[in-house]
Ligand binder design. Sequence first.
Ligand SMILES: [Zn+2]
Length: 116
Amino acid sequence: MGLFSKLKAAVKDDWCGDCSSKMDEIEKRLYLMPMSVGHYVDHKEAQYYIKNLIPINSKAEVPIGMYACRITVYRCPECQKRIAMVLPFLPVRDQERTEFAHYYKNGELDSFIWHN
Ligand SMILES: [Zn+2]
């Protein structure tokens, strides 16, 4: 394996850090967050998301000035490892003003994602 693929694995969301292969996106969900513009607080703990997120179907359901977040689940076709990426954002007209993404590699959000 070349240096280039290793670098890519380190920086890209959808590359498996163990096998350096491209992961498949297997699920994408949208949630409302109980935070309004100007009051965003970054949360790393999976528990925060499990307790506070409200599943929604589209961005149109996000009230103006409220944050939403997208959870994307990736699976590595080589080692079957799954990673959930939480990306909070503020919808601003047609744009998304994104905050820091958080990654959960040990199934922390699995039961929440699959049972909501
Ligand atoms: Zn892998």
